[in-house]
Design a protein around this ligand. Sequence first.
Ligand SMILES: C[S@@+](CC[C@H](N)C(=O)[O-])C[C@H]1O[C@@H](n2cnc3c(N)ncnc32)[C@H](O)[C@@H]1O
Length: 330
Amino acid sequence: MTHPVKSPKKLIEVALPLDAINVAAAREKSIRHGHPSTLHLWWARRPLAAARAVLFGQLVNDPSWKWELDHPGEVPPNHLKASWAASRKRLFAILEDLVKWENTTNEEVLEKARAEIRKSWRETCELNKDHPQAAELFNPEKLPALHDPFAGGGTIPLEAQRLGLEAYASDLNPVAVLINKAMIEIPPKFAGRAPVGPLPKGERSGSLQLQHDWPGATGLAEDVRRYGAWMRDEAFQRIGHLYPPVEVTAAMAKDRPDLKPLIGQKLTVIAWLWARTVKSPNPAFRHVDVPLASTFILSRAYPGCAARPWALLCNAVGVRRSSDSWRIQT
Ligand SMILES: C[S@@+](CC[C@H](N)C(=O)[O-])C[C@H]1O[C@@H](n2cnc3c(N)ncnc32)[C@H](O)[C@@H]1O
């Protein structure tokens, strides 16, 4: 026979500061740095702020929980209602701070929220101390773990981990599994550890190594940065010759007066378009390679970025011939 679990009423069952949560959730859409959305695209991603607030509201007991358990179905007296409202106000203040993007890694704010979660968990354990599996299920020193079986972009397990819970994620989609591994499984394994990869060429050691104590996943992030630099250098060595800088000539500047001050200068190419080529079907030009490109327009947003192969477009855009393709340089 199963033994019933006694569950205190949770904050989420009574009230949440929805306006603050909505504002924080909407703001996340414009975050360009440090947000999981920049790790990998996930179409159904949920806002971190909403997940953080829902988890907090589900884990923290409502101030009325004890009275409600002792007086089921009764109407509470007004003085109690007022005292609960004041306690909720305090919890709302914690939650309003907690959902702000700026506080995502603010240990002081997070710790206040974690303390409330631990307090509620201890209350729940005390309430269930006579449960036959209490030792296993209601250990006041160990918060319950979270499992999100439809984890997708990993918002919920990530936020559970941030709030101090052991988090597990699974999903049918291997891309989601990869995102979750990168976000919640791998970083904790390297928490607090210094980077081990060699510094990119030209960077001096010393300052980096000595100044940091590499909190959280910063050591791992530094290793990823170093590895990225190594990949960029390798790519440059192997195929860099295919992307030479462009020398601005007088001919190029003829129709583009803005390029005149740059004549003779070699400009770095910032983007390339590749097109396959075929020999011209016109017998008079059968020696000419024709690029199979549907358009040479690189941007309609700026005047001057016209559809003109052979001429410079925007800041040094042109078309160059190579053995089997045409490269349009921008
Ligand atoms: C709406 S998304 C979850 C979004 C996630 N909460 C987030 O914030 O990114 C639903 C997920 O459920 C997964 N899914 C659907 N059916 C499943 C199944 N039978 N087993 C495991 N995962 C499943 C999908 O692959 C998808 O990633």
